[in-house]
Design a protein around this ligand. Structure first.
Ligand code: C2E
Ligand code: CA
Ligand code: CA
Ligand code: CA
Length: 279
């Protein structure tokens, strides 16, 4: 920092050094993670509030770094997006999830969708539809057993573009959910143009739904909006019986959260389904 002047010096802290080091380490190792087989996919069930059946399993990416241990997707997905690595990584997740759902079917598990999170970068790729079609063909999974979760903010970045991409996905029979719904400023006017199946209420509203009248109002408004547009509504981050009762009384269709299951490795899903049927 010597010779760079006082103004630069004041920004310099050991904490920043550590962050920059970690970032560099993450970025270098993220490039090798796919080849080194360090990723795996966990699955978290979506539960029908009325029938209690499992409608889908959401694929959530996990990175087992050889030195740092388990790295959270909240930490490495943004890095993957900045570096463009999200494109090969996202395709890998999609392929793994479709292959896994096909395997569950051949094991005799009940039909359910597999839901894959789609990054905004993937959503903007010109060859998105071709990539997905190829994965479905390669893995032999029916399109109606695949669901894509796309965040409201990604869709709202360019609503006109989103309409055409969502239409093309709908046309091949894929189920679409708007993820983190309530955080991205959709109006009813926009919503009715989007060919989507489900609104997913963000867990930030679900958390305090019993104690915050604002969160309760937002949650019931989203459910009412979904119902009036003939969309399914799911709530994420459901952790307590109290939250479940609130959602059930207000006619939310599906729920997902630690109350039912934390995300689990694929190998535990068959056992979970058996346990769940006995409950
Ligand atoms: P998301 O799609 O909104 O996923 C929900 C997050 O909430 C997951 O965190 C999940 O493990 C967590 N969660 C589930 N139930 C509960 C609950 O009852 N309480 C609380 N507090 N949390 C709960 P996770 O797995 O760490 O993923 C974080 C985010 O990383 C995801 O948010 C998603 O945006 C992104 N992500 C994960 N996997 C992928 C992927 O394959 N592709 C892309 N593009 N993004 C991914
Ligand atoms: Ca999601
Ligand atoms: Ca969320
Ligand atoms: Ca049980």
């Amino acid at each position: 920092a010597k010779g760079e002047g006082r103004n630069n010096f004041q920004f310099y802290t050991p904490q920043m050094d550590e962050n920059a080091d970690k970032r560099l380490l993450l970025e270098t190792s993220l490039r090798k993670a796919l080849d080194n087989d360090e990723f795996c996919v966990y699955y978290q069930p979506k539960v029908d509030v009325v029938t209690k059946s499992i409608t889908a399993m959401e694929a959530l990416l996990r990175w087992k770094h050889p030195k740092l241990g388990l790295v959270s997707p909240a930490e490495f997905i943004p890095l993957a997006e900045e570096t463009g690595l999200i494109i090969p990584i996202g395709e890998w997740v999609l392929r793994s999830a479709c292959r896994q759902n096909r395997a569950w079917l051949s094991q005799g598990l009940p039909r359910m969708r597999v839901a894959v999170n789609l990054s905004g970068f993937q959503f903007q790729q010109k060859n998105l539809l071709e990539m997905i079609t190829a994965v479905l063909e390669d893995t032999g999974l029916d399109a109606d057993l695949l669901e894509l979760e796309i965040t409201e903010s990604v869709i709202m970045q360019n609503p006109d573009f989103a309409v055409s991409v969502l239409n093309s996905l709908r046309d091949i029979g894929i189920h679409i959910s708007i993820d983190d719904f309530g955080t991205g400023y959709s109006s009813l006017a926009h919503l009715k143009r989007f060919s989507v199946n489900t609104l997913k209420i963000d867990k930030s509203f679900v958390r305090d739904v019993e104690i915050s009248s604002a969160d309760a109002a937002i949650t019931t408004a989203i459910i009412a909006m979904g119902n009036s547009l003939n969309l399914k509504v799911i709530a994420e981050g459901v952790e307590t019986e109290g939250q479940l009762s609130f959602l059930s009384e207000n006619k939310c269709d599906e729920v997902q959260g630690f109350l039912f299951s934390t995300p689990m490795p694929a190998a535990q899903v068959a056992e979970f389904l058996q346990e769940h049927r006995r409950d």
